[in-house]
Design a protein around this ligand. Structure first.
Ligand code: ZN
Ligand code: ZN
Length: 363
């Protein structure tokens, strides 16, 4: 498969700039990105002109389907991963082994050094993640489709909502509708947070009815294949409180202006700053306690990070969320989130869900 060999070649160029001459990829998302294999508990050993996937017998059939061209080392039941990996390292005469320091556990590292005493372990950081930051056409098509599935599912759920529904029921409806539109599921357990619970950026749905407060915050996304979308809206479920209207207007302005600032060459920090300035000028800087957004792709949170310490420059092919928020403990919060593709000339908004409060009233 051309896509995977191209990714592996790009990674080889990056490995060549380190002291290592091979890389043991232990992060399973990175293994999937480089090979197409979607199983678990498997490592990819990438060398200068070859690669081998170390896996076990549970996956023999799946491996044949998902990555038929890859060289495999299938370990037998009763063997341990570190000992078998050490065997492969010996067989391939690996001396300078790059390892993914953010993924390899301390336990694996020490067991592997005991089993392969001649190998030098060289810590590397983000080699694959920095490739994943730029999406190719196939990946963009998947994310676009995940955005469409999430948008459509929400439209249907919004038209079905009644004040008697609970947070949990809404979460279940969202997943069901997303699947009917072709999603493989939701991209994370959705947040459906009524009133004061909306102040918790990661609230889990409960049996509270949405009528118990004048508004509900919903943060959800769909998965198309392995690629994810991520959105947030606030729905009005009672008499519109003036404070909600005021806060919502500020968050929406911050979001729109930040999105307008997106184009190649602008730093992630600068985009974050646009939203942060608007919210701070309105007097709520302290109530916006998180970064402006994050990359999406195989993972729901991945590089790049739109935050005030990130000097990374945006480039065409990056896909990020833009999600400013203002939160008050005991009252609730407003966050508005959409997914944006960085294009050569600027940006494209991939998500399409009404955002004005007037359009978000539950009858
Ligand atoms: Zn979200
Ligand atoms: Zn998000």
């Amino acid at each position: 498969m051309a896509r995977y060999s191209r990714r592996c070649d790009n990674l080889r160029k990056r490995i060549a700039k380190t002291e290592a001459n091979s890389l043991l990829v232990t992060n399973s998302v990175n293994v999937t990105y480089l090979t197409g294999f979607t199983g678990d508990d498997s490592y990819l050993l990438l060398m200068e002109d070859s690669a081998v996937l170390i896996s076990d017998r549970r996956y023999t059939i799946q491996l044949r389907e998902e990555c038929p061209e890859l060289d495999l080392y299938i370990r037998a039941p009763g063997t341990t991963m570190h000992e078998e990996t050490a065997k492969v390292l010996r067989k391939c005469q690996i001396r300078q082994l790059g390892v993914e320091a953010n993924s390899m556990s301390l336990g694996l590292r020490s067991k592997l050094s005991l089993a392969a005493p001649k190998v030098d372990f060289i810590e590397t950081y983000g080699l694959v993640e920095e490739l994943r930051i730029l999406k190719d056409q196939g990946e963009i098509a998947r994310i676009r489709s995940a955005c469409r599935q999430a948008s459509r599912a929400f439209d249907v759920v919004r038209s079905l909502l009644t004040p008697a529904m609970t947070e949990k029921q809404i979460a279940a409806e969202l997943e069901y509708r997303a699947r009917l539109f072709g999603a493989s599921g939701l991209s994370f357990p959705p947040i459906v947070a009524v009133g004061p619970r909306a102040a918790l950026p990661h609230a889990t749905p409960t049996n509270i009815r949405i009528s118990s407060s004048p508004f509900v915050l919903i943060d959800w996304g769909a998965c198309d294949g392995l690629y994810r979308s991520d959105l947030t809206r606030v729905l009005v479920t009672g008499k519109l409180p003036p404070k909600l209207r005021r806060i919502h207007r500020i968050v929406l302005e911050a979001q729109r202006e930040a999105i307008r600032a997106i184009r190649p060459g602008v730093t992630c920090q600068a985009v974050d700053q646009v939203a942060r300035d608007i919210i701070s000028k309105a007097g709520y800087g302290k109530q916006f306690g998180h970064g402006l957004g994050h990359g999406i792709g195989l993972e729901i949170h991945e590089a790049p990070w739109l935050a005030n310490n990130q000097q990374v420059e945006l480039r065409p092919g990056m896909v990020v969320t833009v999600e400013p928020g203002i939160y008050f403990p005991g009252w609730g919060g407003v966050r508005i989130e959409d997914d944006i593709l960085v294009t050569r000339s600027g940006y494209e908004v991939l998500t399409d869900v009404p955002v004005e409060l007037e359009e978000c009233v539950v009858a």
